[in-house]
Design a protein around this ligand. Structure first.
Ligand code: PBG
Length: 343
């Protein structure tokens, strides 16, 4: 801290000695003093897929498509060619395959295992991440198995769910997934999945844990994309209260102790303080998920001509990185990589 007399002389003298604007004078100087930069290797592209042969635009997420298997492989290859190191897969499962126990979630011949095999065969160096949670497979639309408590109210059964998540993670690993990403927020699932993977010798498969996943209104467009809105109740007994930060530290310490390789905060842009706190709490790499609602806000403001899309999107991603995320899951991944390549 400058002494009070120095502050006094700075502001009372005619000569202003300290001028922070000198460091912003030219683009060359700004480049030298820049603290944060973006590159395609920071991005992870979330991709939607379905069983159909047709590609279907997703109405709730303009510019985002649900791909057939063949198109998924092509699109993933294009992302990789732009320098994006990883994709994460989100399947839309046919209603007829959904059930209370989500058996399809660990079918070795299911949509996701077939997609993993197809992508890895075509693009072996692209990292394939899978979402581990039951909501696309569960007839109740919840991330876990639904039970009833003594009052007849809906509860999500933790330990029963974790057993199924382990089966799901194994079926992804058998198909060749590089990273499994549990997004369900059940207690103890990281340790259980690690043990299950290791028991089948998948010691090299990473776990990217959704460590601090909040019960957010900003997932709305995503649930529209997958038809996965809960039929009853909400996700507040497993996803976190948006007002809580200390709880994110608690989840961080647990996931680290349970053997997670990477941690995630979700959503990203309106939870920058959580990203910063998780970053300072752990030595593990931290990812952040710019979710469907964040995407839609930027997209619709740009479509209305109210925001400069390129500038606003890159700024939103830069802010997430500045807060402490070194990996950003974003639906803008390809577009942003193209913009960065053009500058
Ligand atoms: C579910 C899952 C969700 C998202 C990723 N995995 C939705 C939810 O928890 O309800 C949301 C992603 C987004 O909004 O972009 N396991």
């Amino acid at each position: 801290m400058p002494s009070p007399s120095l502050i006094d002389s700075i502001y009372s003298n005619k000569i202003l000695m300290i001028r922070p604007r000198r460091n912003r004078r030219s683009s060359a100087i700004r480049a030298m003093v820049s603290e944060t930069s973006l590159s395609a290797s920071d991005f992870i592209l979330p991709m939607f897929l379905h069983e159909d042969q047709e590609d279907t635009p997703i109405p709730s997420m303009p510019g985002v498509t649900r791909w057939s298997l063949a198109s998924l492989v092509r699109e993933a290859g294009e992302a990789h060619a732009l320098g994006i190191p990883a994709v994460v897969l989100f399947p839309k499962i046919d209603e007829s395959l959904k059930s209370a126990l989500a058996g399809e979630s660990h079918n070795d011949e299911g949509l996701v295992p077939r997609a993993i095999r197809a992508i890895k065969a075509a693009h072996p160096t692209l990292c394939v991440i899978t979402d581990v949670a039951l909501d696309p497979y569960n007839s109740d639309g919840h991330d876990g198995i639904v039970g009833r408590d003594d009052c007849g109210d809906l509860t999500i059964l933790n330990d029963e769910t974790v057993e199924i998540l382990c089966q799901q993670a194994l079926s992804h690993a058998r198909a060749g997934a590089d990273i499994v990403a549990p997004s369900d927020m059940m207690d103890g699932r990281v340790a259980a999945i690690r043990e299950a993977l290791d028991s089948e010798d998948f010691t090299d498969v990473l776990i990217l844990s959704y460590t601090a996943k909040y019960a957010s209104a900003f997932y709305g467009p995503f649930r529209g994309a997958l038809d996965s809105t809960p039929k009853e109740g909400d996700k507040k007994t497993y996803q976190m209260d948006p007002g809580n930060l200390r709880e994110a530290i608690r989840e961080t310490l647990l996931d680290e102790a349970e053997g997670a390789d990477m941690l995630m905060v979700k959503p990203a842009g309106i939870y920058l303080d959580v990203i910063a706190k998780v970053r300072e709490t752990t030595t593990l790499p931290v990812a952040a998920y710019q979710v469907s609602g964040e995407y839609l806000m930027l997209k619709s403001a740009a479509a209305g001509g109210w925001l400069d899309e390129r500038a606003a999107v890159l700024e939103s991603l830069l802010a997430i990185k500045r807060a402490g995320a070194s990996m950003i899951l974003t639906y803008f991944a390809k577009q942003a990589a193209e913009w960065l390549a053009a500058t």
